[in-house]
Design a protein around this ligand. Structure first.
Ligand code: NI
Length: 400
């Protein structure tokens, strides 16, 4: 899909945000050069804080060691709106060679959180320039989205961040969408990413005499295969469930049957009822196969982030904002994804919706998937992000 940049300058929000592009680019590139992984974002937080403290009318604080909160209190009647950006990088060795590539070996902004941070700094700039605003705007620069249990959990349930918040929104750049496109959908948007840990306890022995051993590799292979029947035979085809075994470790050499095999994997669901049933559906397979072959087992099911379910009303409002901001040709219905996102924690305390802004373009070589060592952003998407977040904040702040 090719979309002309002409229509991009058509709306006031986009035009205003476009003025900020050189600054947005500078912020994003600084962050890109200096990535820090989850729970280690000390320099990142200090940098964000220094930028916010240079802006008038903002109260800046740090609700946790590596997150930053900026609050703008208005005197006009209105809602308390929370905008969220995540700020952490990933433990990936960057393969990009541009001049602002990571200077931190083994860490990289490969998911676009550098862009999310620049976008929210852009919104903070615009809100700080306003003589007054409706309601109250809280902008949270959240640490540790990439590593369970996630930074959101700590902020939402361990601090006063959400006290009095009426509505919340946030965005993720998406390299698989054309730069400048906005995607939003009501209801189930992102899955709950849970983890499974299985140990098959066999009996070691000589590989030439398997009858005297209990082979945990043969049994583990049965488990890998049979877990797929949980998906295809155990639940309705209309329910969404992914079970992926991603780790299988056993043995040391060719002539020894080992004692044990270690398996790990991920389980993805949207539906709360199915998520509750999933541990037993999976353990039943593990138990049955191990029993059939005389092996023991250990099983652990680790809950990850909650599924991200957008509020229908807020999602519709964001769709209207997108139509006004980027136009009908660039407003699409988001595809639900089995990926996870700890933005879901905020939705436990207030209604809200999460949306995507496209950041892929051929001319900026920015269509690599997220978490790829060559991932990058089309920086024009930063303008779209600011325009959308700024327009959404104003719309959501309107009194009931
Ligand atoms: Ni991300």
């Amino acid at each position: 899909m090719t979309i002309s940049n002409q229509s991009a300058a058509a709306t006031p929000a986009l035009a205003r945000a476009a003025d900020l592009l050189p600054q947005l680019r500078a912020w994003r590139r600084h962050l890109h050069m200096h990535p820090e992984v989850s729970f280690q974002e000390y320099q990142t937080a200090a940098y964000i804080r220094s930028q916010l403290e240079a802006m008038p009318h903002l109260e800046v604080s740090q609700p946790s060691a590596t997150s930053v909160l900026a609050i703008r209190r208005g005197t006009l009647p209105g809602q308390t709106v929370l905008l969220r950006a995540d700020i952490d990088a990933l433990p990936i060795l960057e393969e990009n060679t541009f001049e602002y590539a990571s200077q931190q070996a083994g860490a990289m902004h490969a998911c676009g959180h550098d862009g999310h941070t620049a976008i929210l700094l852009g919104v903070a700039t615009l809100v700080s320039e306003q003589p007054d605003i409706a309601g109250e705007l809280r902008m949270i620069f959240q640490h540790a989205e990439e590593q369970s249990p996630g930074g959101a959990e700590e902020l939402v349930f361990g601090t006063a961040l959400m006290d009095g918040v009426d509505v919340v929104t946030g965005l993720h750049l998406n390299s698989q969408l054309e730069s400048g496109v906005v995607a939003v959908k009501p209801g189930a948007f992102m899955a709950a990413p849970d983890n499974i840990y299985i140990t098959v306890l066999g009996r070691g022995g000589h590989a030439a005499h398997p009858e005297e051993a209990i082979d945990p590799i043969a049994i583990g292979a049965q488990i890998v295969g049979n877990l797929q029947y949980v998906v295809s035979r155990g639940i309705s085809a209309l329910d969404a469930l992914v079970v992926s075994v991603t780790y299988f470790q056993a043995g040391t050499t060719t002539n020894v049957i080992p004692e044990r095999a270690e398996l790990k994997g991920t389980v993805r669901t949207f539906d709360a009822g199915l998520r509750e049933r999933a541990p037993e559906l999976i353990e039943r397979v593990v138990r049955g196969i191990c029993q059939a072959h005389g092996a023991g087992y250990e099983f652990r099911y680790e809950l990850g982030y909650r599924p991200l379910i957008n509020d229908d009303g807020v999602a519709e409002l964001l769709r209207q904002v997108a139509l006004d901001t980027v136009g009908a040709a660039r407003t699409v219905v988001a595809q639900p994804t089995m990926g996870g996102e700890d933005f879901s924690a905020y939705l436990q305390k207030a209604p809200g919706a999460y949306f995507n802004v496209g950041s892929g373009s051929d001319h900026s070589d920015s269509k690599f998937p997220h978490h790829h060592p060559r991932f990058t952003l089309d920086e024009d998407a930063l303008v779209t992000g600011v325009a959308m977040m700024w327009a959404a904040a104003q719309r959501l702040a309107q009194p009931d």
